[in-house]
Write a protein that binds this ligand. Structure first.
Ligand code: SF4
Ligand code: SF4
Ligand code: SF4
Length: 259
């Protein structure tokens, strides 16, 4: 076991919501600081250090050559690299860009000159694991704060974090919810989505939209069939559902691509 972890929290292409979730550890923060040195976290502190780090949380996906260079450098300087949140793991909502024809952007923005990030952009959203080895995929949009603590604890103990990759349905059943898919024929993404949120949405009568990304061994083709045959969705609607949070994830690519 380590005495203290040197960590960094870094942002790439994402909305900063995952970093906010880190800051939501407010009740645990003072205890945490006894075991964790936050070496780099621009959102939270003024003085930041370039590493090396024991553990780096990287929020967001790669969308520019500058981010790609930074990612490779962080990989060299960090022992444990955590893809922090769905943008980093699967592209998440920004990856809808990958499916949007360029003409749509030019209809929305008549003049791109003020959008500096566009000049250097790949015009694609790419998950971190496409470029470097990722040690931990911490899923969720954003990940639940308990799972952030789990990763920090595992880093201190030098073990693999216990992150759930069974489906949301398991958590939903443990809460004794009625099933919105089988009883009400509503297109719930729970059967292919990784658990971790505690089945928040079905517990209040809303279908799961898939914001934790694919579970292990998901069967998206089978669920897509159920959505069309039993929930009345068109093929286009099914494709849009699978693109929404994890269209760039390999597990969903076939269904999200409409193939
Ligand atoms: S995973 Fe969600 S909360 Fe985190 S950066 Fe991406 S869009 Fe924001
Ligand atoms: S409501 Fe959704 S998450 Fe719950 S058991 Fe049914 S399909 Fe699974
Ligand atoms: S139920 Fe689904 S959409 Fe809702 S928070 Fe959990 S994973 Fe996300």
């Amino acid at each position: 076991m380590r005495d203290k972890l040197k960590i960094a929290v870094v942002k790439m292409t994402g909305c900063a919501g995952c970093q906010m979730e880190f800051l939501r550890l407010e009740e645990e923060f003072m205890d945490l600081l006894e075991k964790v040195d936050i070496e780099y976290f621009v959102m939270a502190k003024r003085e930041n250090h370039p590493g090396p780090y024991d553990l780096v949380f990287i929020e967001g996906s790669v969308s520019t050559p500058r981010e790609l260079e930074e990612l490779r450098e962080l990989r060299r300087r960090s022992e444990i690299l955590v893809a922090f949140g769905d943008c980093a793991c699967t592209g998440c909502i920004p990856s809808i860009l990958n499916w949007v024809p360029p003409i749509v952007s030019s209809r929305v923005y008549e003049d791109f000159t003020a959008i500096h990030s566009r000049k250097e952009s790949f015009q694609r959203i790419i998950p971190l694991a496409e470029f470097v080895e990722v040690d931990v995929h911490l899923r969720g949009c954003p990940p639940h704060k308990d799972t952030i603590l789990e990763v920090l604890k595992a880093g201190l103990l030098g073990v693999k974090p216990w992150l759930r990759l069974h489906p949301v349905c398991v958590e939903c059943k443990l809460k004794e919810n009625g099933c919105l898919l089988t009883s009400e024929h509503r297109p719930c993404m729970g059967p292919v989505t990784a658990a971790g949120c505690g089945a928040i949405c079905p517990s209040v009568g809303r279908i799961c939209e898939g914001c934790y990304g694919p579970m292990s061994d998901a069967n998206p083709e089978s669920l897509a069939r159920v959505f069309m045959e039993e929930c009345g969705l068109s093929k286009d609607e099914v494709v849009r559902k699978f693109r929404k949070y994890a269209g760039a994830a390999r597990a969903f690519l076939k269904v999200a691509g409409g193939g």
